[in-house]
Design a protein around this ligand. Sequence first.
Ligand code: KIV
Length: 296
Amino acid sequence: MSAPPIPKAPAAIDRLPVTLPALAERKRLGEPIVMVTAYDFPSAQAAEAAGVDVVLVGDSGAMTVLGYPSTVPVSVDEMLVLARAVRRGLRTPLLVADLPFGSYEASDELAIATAQRFVKEAGVDGVKLEGAGVVAQRARALVQAGIPVMGHVGLTPQTATALGGYRAQGRTAERAHAVARDALELQEAGCFAIVFEAIPAAVAAVLMERMAVPVIGIGAGDATDGQVLVFHDLLGIREGVGARFVKRYADLQAEMTAGVRAYAEDVRARRYPEPDHTYSIDPGELRRFRELLAAG
Ligand code: KIV
């Protein structure tokens, strides 16, 4: 049985879809690559309208939209719901989805089967995996199976406990060397791009001399080929300060709360609904309705 076609948003008239060669070309030309996360139709539409290059259905969605305490519990099925909604709101950016914790590490076969679901059922262009070592082997297997892979080194939230918590990585020569080995291993495995998360800017800058594929930084300074931020962090849809690398461009959580509070106050004060918000009926029809009701 063939899968139903995956609808995409209407084509943007002035922009071509972003491809893997286009990303590589951006790196070659030194043009910064813009990546942002999205988890639903409206956030995808915002990313599309803003003209970003890459959209990541991050497993950060476990925390930002599903309310889990970390990225670890989110399931493949939950991530697929988010990815399909994003696909429907997107036309031009490259769409990448995180494979959730536990859905790819155990074997090449598992990684391929999971990634194929994201490609077939959600229409993603590629998948992202966290870490190296055995994960680099999974990345290689996926690339050989025809699925583009984005790597992720430094702070890898799926295994944050093993890294000593949500903290910057690579802050000693040996730890920086370990991050470098991971990145080079993923590059060698065929990843089309790699995320560097929470490593010293100077370490990223040195490492960039060895990186042939586009590197997208988050808390890794300005030497990387592009930057990524979590949608809810950059728009202030989360309470709290967030990581050091987060820059807030809006305070939507406060705006949303203010809007809902104003609505609640209007309802309680009987200021809403107003006549403009209601539907009318012909007086004769209303009279007849009363008669019908009275007659039982
Ligand atoms: O899940 C996510 O949002 C990520 C980005 C922070 C890169 O992995």
